[in-house]
Design a protein around this ligand. Structure first.
Ligand code: ZN
Length: 381
């Protein structure tokens, strides 16, 4: 059983991040793992994080949604977790996938404020509504994960709705995210690495500057939430684009395109960082789509798509699904993607900016808990 739980934790690992471009909600890991009423199991269990992530995916009707987890460092030594779970959370912390803090304080709400994300929490936040007015003014910005018939469901703190709602990043967040930041603490997993900055050689984690978390603002000063040190300004944050793969009407995965790192998409592209489509394709699509099918690059702010396949692709200008509008993209041909354009590798298999991908398929998401032993996710009746 331990082995299966390890596999679930590996799957969950792909769904936690501190990347402002990919995170879709904020939560406090220490709080979530103690929602004993979700499964009637142990006092603390990291599998509950998977249950809440699945609930978020169901609610957003999108696969592979990622969450921004803030957590008190006490979790790293929480005796109610197994040693394996503690080890995994420590690894997530070391890799900068979760934000481990000596004193999380209001950091969860600060992150939600700076990034415009919904908060998944049962805490009432009564004293904080003045500082974060969206808690009351925007129904759905704070939702409580509670037990439901087929797993956790959300109930909005205000208005009683069931869907987590994002807002705009706050003006302070927009300013902070326009720059890249450096922590003077060696090996900082949040603000080290990438960009070749003064401390890049000391960083354990090679984090792309475009994916840096939002600094904490303390008396208006950008501060490392982990180390409490004033952050150095590393210059403008490099440009990046969030793109998404849609298969069968459903966004399956979002990814970030940077100038440094082209992204290869295909049935099973070689190398790391590629987007593997094979798991979502039927037999005909598998035969049509090459192992490496499409290369995406960010050049001077333009998203450039190059077909590297055997059979070619098509571009749907402005997302138009009319066959007359489809522009063939022959093997080895490149094209700059205009606003709203999407590349179609095969009918129903598309790549584009996530806001512009058409929706409307019956929703049947993959569960992050697919490997979970049934004993571990026994649901209350
Ligand atoms: Zn730091």
């Amino acid at each position: 059983m331990r082995f299966e739980i390890s596999k679930v934790l590996d799957a969950i690992e792909g769904r936690v991040c501190t990347d402002p471009q990919l995170a879709r909600a904020v939560l406090d890991l220490a709080e979530i793992i103690r929602y004993q009423d979700l499964d009637g199991g142990r006092p603390a269990s990291t599998l509950r994080l998977g249950m809440v992530i699945d609930a978020l995916a169901r609610s957003m009707e999108e696969d592979s949604v990622q969450v921004y987890a803030v957590v008190h460092r006490g979790v790293l030594s929480d005796a109610d977790l197994t040693s394996n779970e503690r080890m995994v959370v420590r690894r997530w912390a070391d890799d900068g996938l979760v934000e481990v803090l000596d004193n999380p304080g209001d950091r969860m709400l600060e992150v939600a404020d700076l990034l415009g994300l919904p908060v998944l929490s049962r805490v009432r936040f009564d004293g904080l509504r003045g500082r974060f007015p969206w808690l009351v003014e925007q129904p759905g910005r704070a939702v409580a994960p509670v037990p439901g018939a087929g797993g956790p469901v959300f109930i909005a703190h205000v208005g009683g709705g069931h869907t987590p709602v994002a807002g705009p990043p706050s003006p302070a967040g927009a300013k902070l995210l326009a720059r890249q930041w450096r922590c003077s603490e060696s090996g900082c997993s949040l603000f080290g690495g990438g960009g070749g900055g003064a401390f890049a050689d000391l960083a354990r984690v090679d984090r792309a500057p475009s994916g840096q978390p939002p600094p904490s603002l303390r008396n208006g000063v950008p501060t490392c939430p982990r180390h409490g040190t004033r952050l150095g300004d590393g210059g403008p944050r490099p440009r990046s684009e969030v793109l998404a793969v849609r298969v069968g009407g459903l966004i399956r995965r979002r990814f970030v395109l940077t100038a440094e790192q082209p992204v290869m998409i295909g049935r099973a592209p070689d190398g790391s960082g590629g987007i593997v489509l094979g798991q979502w394709l039927n037999d005909e699509a598998r035969r049509w789509i090459s192992r490496s099918h499409l290369r995406l690059e960010l050049r001077g702010g333009d998203v450039v798509a190059t077909d590297v396949s055997t059979n070619g692709s098509g571009v749907r200008p402005g997302g138009s699904m009319a066959e007359a509008d489809r522009i063939p993209l022959a093997p080895q041909q490149s094209r700059i993607l205009g606003t709203g354009d999407m590349v179609e590798l095969y009918p129903g298999v598309q790549v584009g900016r996530p806001g512009e991908l058409p929706t409307g398929a019956p929703y049947n998401p993959d569960s992050v808990m697919a490997e979970a032993p049934t004993m571990a996710i026994r649901l209350p009746r």
